[in-house]
Ligand binder design. Structure first.
Ligand code: ASP
Length: 327
């Protein structure tokens, strides 16, 4: 009697992963759902992350694009309804911090319908324009904007997207209303910008760096306080330097699972994420695109959630003041 109690006690002191190793399921791929079109910034970080996580998890890690809805609502909802076995995850961005204030009748609760698995990166944005624009710097852009009021198109990935948030803040800053053109992600928006079908866009450097470098689009400023170190972007002025003061937006990405993941799956996924954040190949790819890989406590699930809660508090008054919402 005594010894079986001691045995039970010893078992309960074993690390949780030895007691209930339910994850990953052998030979079952892990799917990272991206709520935007393939080839865009969220897709790009997810594909780099999939490659890095595959190394430590052993299972194959695949990306599925489930684009659509305000702020990628379709893909995010899909993950809240997935089997919580740790094999269906969501890579999402700042929309998690603006969903509650921007989307009425949200089909999930950002704080309780997801398992927070840690943050991935911080990404600056760039204000870019179609190559046909006559302007070559921010001053010339503003002259063009003021001369073309009422006829300017601003592309974005739909309501509650990062590009929408940045474009909305920029319109408020310059006090000019523009027509927004929504796409299922900024990859298809970029194709139309390069083709001259839309005039301007604000998007993450992870999508814009290579197009800026190839001179396929014009760049007017970065949304950070300081210039970026990335070789292709180091000569791009901050918007602050151009005279557009106090205009700073940073987009972040995080990893989420549906509510109900086992402690084993949660711990192993967080470990795999942390290994990716230290993986030199992952860091090199991300830094080459102007992103900063998370290297602080926000890679922990609790701090990730605290950060998103703070972002919700930060953006709610801004969105309310802008008077925008989606159903
Ligand atoms: N960059 C997009 C956004 O504006 C999303 C994407 O296509 O990844 O939210």
């Amino acid at each position: 009697m005594k010894s079986s109690f001691a045995g039970l006690l010893a078992l309960s002191l074993l690390p949780f992963s030895l007691q209930a190793a339910d994850f990953p399921i052998k030979d079952k791929p892990i799917t990272l759902v991206v709520p935007f079109a393939a080839g865009g910034p969220t897709d790009r970080v997810a594909r780099d992350l999939a490659e890095a996580m595959r190394k430590s998890l052993g299972n194959s890690v695949v990306v599925e694009n489930a684009a659509g809805g305000p702020g990628g609502l379709i893909g995010a909802t899909k993950v809240t309804r997935a089997n919580p076995d740790g094999h269906t995850l969501l890579v999402h961005h700042i929309a998690m911090g603006i969903f509650p204030s921007l989307v009425r009748n949200l089909p999930f609760k950002v704080d309780s319908d997801f398992e927070y698995l840690g943050m991935i990166n911080d990404v600056p944005m760039t204000l870019i324009g179609k190559p046909q624009l006559p302007a070559n710097n921010y001053k010339e852009l503003m002259a063009w904007v003021n001369a073309n009021k009422g006829n300017i198109n601003l592309a974005n990935a739909g309501l509650a997207s990062a590009s929408h948030l940045c474009g909305m803040l920029w319109q408020a800053a310059v006090q000019v209303d523009m027509t927004t053109v929504p796409y299922k992600g900024t990859a298809p928006a970029m194709t139309d910008l390069i083709g001259g079908q839309v005039d301007l866009m604000c998007d993450q450097t992870t999508n814009t760096t290579s197009q800026i470098e190839a001179k396929k689009v014009k760049v007017f400023g970065v949304t950070t306080q300081k210039r970026l170190g990335t070789p292709a972007l180091k000569d791009v002025p901050t918007l602050d330097e151009t005279g557009q003061k106090n205009f700073q937006v940073t987009i972040w990405h995080g990893l989420y699972g549906p509510k109900g993941l086992s402690a084993d799956a949660k711990a192993k996924l967080n470990n795999a994420l942390k290994a990716a954040l230290k993986d030199p190949d992952f860091i090199k790819k991300q830094e080459g695109l102007g992103a900063v890989v998370i290297n602080d406590k926000r890679s922990d699930p609790v701090e990730h959630k605290n950060f998103v809660t703070a972002e919700i508090a930060k953006w709610t008054p801004v969105i309310k003041a802008a008077g925008v919402y989606a159903d």
